[in-house]
Design a protein around this ligand. Sequence first.
Ligand SMILES: Cc1cc2nc3c(=O)[nH]c(=O)nc-3n(C[C@H](O)[C@H](O)[C@H](O)COP(=O)(O)O)c2cc1C
Ligand code: SF4
Length: 506
Amino acid sequence: MRIFVPRDAAARALGADAVAAAVLREIAARGLDATLVRNGSRGMVWLEPLVEIETPQGRTAFGPCAPADIPAILDGQSDKALGPVEAIPFFARQTRLTFARVGLTDPLSLAEYEAHGGLAGLRAALAMTPEERIATVRDSGLRGRGGAGFPTGIKWATVAQAPAPQKYVVCNADEGDSGTFADRMLMEGDPFCLIEGMAICGLSVGATKGYVYIRSEYPDAIAVMEEAIRIARAAGLLGPALLGQGPAFDMEVRVGAGAYVCGEETSLLNSLEGRRGVVRAKPPLPALEGLFGRPTVVNNVLSLAAVPWIMAHGAAAYRDYGLGRSRGTIPLQIAGNVKRGGLCEVAFGLSLGEIVHDIAGGTASGRPVKAVQVGGPLGAYFPPSLFDTPFGYEEFDGAGGLIGHAGIVVFDDSVDMLEQARFAMEFCAVESCGKCTPCRIGAVRGMETIDRIAQGDPEALPLLTDLCETMKLGSLCALGGFTPYPVLSALTHWPEDFARTRRAAA
Ligand SMILES: Cc1cc2nc3c(=O)[nH]c(=O)nc-3n(C[C@H](O)[C@H](O)[C@H](O)COP(=O)(O)O)c2cc1C
Ligand code: SF4
């Protein structure tokens, strides 16, 4: 018998280690022929720590568990029983392509990885011509999951065509957006998938070296990735010849130092080179002059981790999912004031209302939903009147927002949108790299102007919209350029929260 208790950081924060220790104690005390596996999380965070027991009929789930629940679970008399894990509605409605193995396997078992479809993508890619590899990624319709939604195949083609003695693959695992955790869950739950995606990328563009830039706040992900790279190297997956038959490709983990702006690709490259994390002006594009001045693919964890599935199943199979120009699946990360928070991988196209009400179950407080911020701290706030917006890049853009890294943070009617707008400006002021004036100075002036609005100054409102326009048009990168999205969406959809009078404030 195998018993599964996640090693995922969210599960651990909720007590998974103590639960795992209780499982080991019970196994020893009862003399059971059972093994404990520390798997990744299935993404149902409200049920963590989620214990799973392997049975001939499949895996049965129990949660959320405390150490004291374990004896009853092993006696078959637990009130925490949830039935077959894959039948839990939140899980059952997903299309798990990128996250197919997360929670299912032991993250550090290369044998299990292969047994569940791992390495099929790299093997398929090794059998293709260089043109076929790039064409497969391009035809799949995959777009960058880091935020900008740039077509991955075009980026790879640019690097592939650039002549250079050395090229690099850089994985952006800085994951700084509020309410996002998919990169972390993937790295902790299925690290070989990212390694395989990076190896396919290196093979496709002619890069022999890869770096995974992981934020320092992710010690578990850093440890798992480092161990997985060591295992992959020892098995000959990485090294002088990919899988013993391809060209050389090796990779390393690099740890970030805690700046949101280091998730911006050019800042990240500066940081990787040991410099201060300041945004570089473009051009040159990193694809032509990136890390150490060499052609570099910079891709998000989810973009790279989608590639093994695409290579193994073909571009058309991936492209079949989705809507419009948003093809394939998107791992939604649902957080904030919700009944059911966690990671839910679905095809593009669900409406925001379906996500908030059907998947997340509405607010945890039971109060009405007032606002949903999509796409991290630079994303717009959506009111319920826009809940029919389908989840897709163009569709969200058309509604005045962005999907970013697909973080969804829900607020009930107790939220004050003026405070949220001020927070957006404050965040920008704190995190600004300082290179350009509209962001460095504008964000500070933005906080002051919102404070004036809060005190009932009637002249401050037009000043705020004017300032937002300057930041949008004049900032060098999206930190300053997109901060107006949360601010202006709050002002547009909830003008009443900004309509303070001097008397009311006094
Ligand atoms: C301020 C700022 C922060 C960013 N943070 C991240 C991040 O944490 N992770 C990420 O993948 N992309 C982030 N991006 C986007 C990257 O600049 C870049 O577009 C992305 O890594 C490209 O990979 P993709 O094409 O696979 O999305 C950020 C951009 C900006 C402007
Ligand atoms: S917008 Fe802000 S973070 Fe971006 S380059 Fe300008 S100062 Fe730096």
